[in-house]
Design a protein around this ligand. Sequence first.
Ligand code: SME
Length: 162
Amino acid sequence: MAENLVISEGSKSNKYSVLYDQIIRVMEGEDDMIANMANISSMIHQTFGFWWTGFYRVDGESLVLGPFQGPLACSRIRYGRGVCGTAWKEARTVIVPDVDRFPGHIACSSASRSEIVVPVFDHDGGNVIAVMDIDSDMPDTFDETDKEWLEKIAAAFRKCQE
Ligand code: SME
């Protein structure tokens, strides 16, 4: 597996493209979901310098904190609560350009200004098993380019459940 992360110059798409290939190579060598979540958090975080990058896993009626990079975070989030619980309940990516305008946003860190949460589906694509949560300390950080690439990264987790 790759030992050094290569971070591309150029546009956001270029960065995601180079990052994605490295993520796939890392995941080819490992089927354990937690190990892959840990490395993916690190790789995304280093590439873009986001405020917080990580995963919450579905555990019964709540999400429980998984591997992440960044400041201390809430350990559990109830179904339908906050941005993460909403993405889980609605089984779709949620982009929040301004967290102060998202009713029920859970402020794990007061520095967080915008956020994207992407569901991770099970092998059949029927159930959400986790969410990938990324926070920025700048407003309006995330757009359709982030959604497209992060959904591709989330889809790569299906191999961990074969
Ligand atoms: N802001 C999230 C909670 C998780 S932290 O940002 C890491 C939410 O509203 O679900």
